[in-house]
Write a protein that binds this ligand. Structure first.
Ligand code: SF4
Length: 480
């Protein structure tokens, strides 16, 4: 049996907006850590996280030459596909015999875009853990590359036919493996957290670990790629294994990286009870839907007791008709009530709102007014964009205003035409962020934080504001 050296690569961000986001929140490469867990002796595995490397290309070349892997697996978002292509080209030059593979969201959702046999030997759609096991089985016995709905060699005559199929059903391996955190440096990963009212915090950017308790989502929000990628499935992990993992972690802060954590409220109740019973003292950040919060306020009170500190909510829109059009299954009054419940529990809120490319001045002004009403909260505004590979993306294809909509798919760059000229659209968009930044929980609640963190937040905010104000220049002049 051939013993293999496997390198799993998380690419660096290229869009300035993604770089800014990463200066505020940088989570561990959880997907690579899970896939690494599928590699058993006598094989060896390393993770190359270029997202936390100052000179990523130089670092990547150095790692290739020092480690000389037999297999290189790239992952990442659609906006990083071009970065992965560049990295694969470097790998091809330096290690022409290594097998190269592309996985992650882009190859899963829009595989037809990834047919580059000169760069990638195969692509993986969906769960990378079970795919890794299959690939290792073939490579260790020097057989030809596996071929199936979810592992597709780019040179296969069946590539086009297989790439036409919807993403394959998700596999439980994607949540049951124990992530190989030993392969990364824990101190590289952080998330902005705002502390509690009147409290003094050591830092605004504490070290944080990720935990995934489930994958997929039974909801069908039209703008979301999750149900498309998970092929409609929703898988959950055993509560004991979730609690064991959390209890074993050194970090004080845990970020739940589920697609939607609080779907099964009974299960989430049991996890909180077990954490309390076992005396696990951590602080938690999680997404939750406003309808879940309204229906189960007692669950969030229990989680507050267990350590929940920060709740991310996709409010999406202030209007009933938009929420109905997005198939969100929530209403503005539920959104308001959910905010009140969380505020009553003194939990910090991350309020995510979508800006429709059809917005006119008055729509922006309505959101501006709502910011004060919704404060204190961390606000995140995104531009409504169809996710690559989904039917809505294909329907909108003829209307895209950029040559490479996948590269610009970060939900800050619009890929659809805007009703307002882009310069005005992004001026108003930048104003929303500026108003939102003044309403963050730490500021409103008078949390004492180190001066250096305050300066870091303000400087990053100014940089991002400038990026937004000049965003229109990235598009063809006809849209300015
Ligand atoms: S509830 Fe969240 S994860 Fe589920 S489909 Fe809607 S936006 Fe996506």
């Amino acid at each position: 049996m051939k013993s293999l050296k496997i390198l799993l690569v998380r690419p660096h961000p290229r869009l300035p907006t993604s770089k800014w986001l990463q200066s505020m929140i940088c989570l561990e490469p959880y997907a690579q850590e899970l896939i690494a867990a599928a590699v058993e002796e006598p094989h060896d595995v390393q993770i190359c996280d270029l997202a936390v490397t100052k000179k990523p290309v130089k670092a990547f070349k150095k790692r290739l030459l020092e480690y000389a892997p037999d297999f290189i697996g790239f992952g990442g978002f659609s906006s990083q596909f071009c970065v992965n292509k560049d990295l694969a080209q470097i790998a091809r030059k330096l290690l022409p015999d290594a097998v190269t593979c592309l996985g992650g969201i882009h190859s899963s959702s829009i595989p037809a875009d990834c047919k580059y046999p000169d760069l990638f030997d195969l692509i993986v759609r969906g769960d990378g853990v079970s795919a890794m096991k299959e690939i290792i089985k073939a490579l260790e016995t020097e057989q030809s590359l596996p071929e199936s709905d979810w592992i597709i060699p780019t040179a296969s005559p069946r590539f086009d036919a297989l790439a036409q199929k919807p993403p394959p059903a998700i596999h439980s391996d994607g949540i049951t493996m124990k992530p190989r955190r030993d392969l990364v440096n824990a101190s590289d990963y952080f998330c902005i957290c705002y502390g509690e009212a009147g409290q003094k915090v050591k830092t605004l950017f504490p070290e944080i670990a990720c935990v995934r308790t489930s994958v997929g989502c039974p909801n069908r929000c039209s703008f979301c790629v999750v149900h498309f990628l998970a092929n409609g499935k929703y898988l959950q992990r055993e509560v004991e294994s979730v609690v064991d993992e959390i209890a074993s972690l050194e970090q004080d802060y845990i970020y739940f990286v589920d697609d939607e954590t609080f779907i099964n409220t009974k299960r989430m109740q049991r996890i909180a009870e077990l954490l309390i019973e076992r005396g696990v003292k951590k602080k938690y950040i999680s997404w939750a839907r406003s309808d879940t919060i309204c229906k189960h306020p007692e669950l969030f009170a229990l989680w507050k007791k267990a350590g929940l500190e920060f709740v991310y909510i996709g409010f999406e829109s202030l209007k009933d008709e938009n929420l109905a059009a997005y198939n969100k299954n929530a209403t503005p009054s539920q959104n308001r009530k959910a905010r009140e419940i969380l505020r009553g529990l003194e939990l910090n809120i991350h309020a995510a709102l979508m800006i429709d490319p059809d917005f006119e001045e008055e729509d922006f002004l309505t959101v501006q007014k709502a910011i004060k009403e919704m404060a204190p909260a961390e606000f995140a505004f995104t531009v409504l964009s169809p996710p690559p590979g989904t039917p809505s993306f294909e329907e909108a294809r003829d209307t895209f205003i950029c040559a490479d909509p996948c590269y610009y798919y970060d939900c800050i760059h619009t890929i659809l035409p805007t009703k307002l000229p882009l310069k005005r659209f992004y001026k108003y968009f930048a104003i929303l962020y500026a108003l939102g930044a003044a309403q963050i929980p730490a500021r409103v609640n008078k949390v004492k934080m180190p001066l250096r963190d305050h300066i870091r937040f303000v400087m990053a905010g100014m940089k991002f504001g400038w990026q937004l104000m000049t965003m229109y220049r990235r598009y063809d002049r006809q849209y300015w």
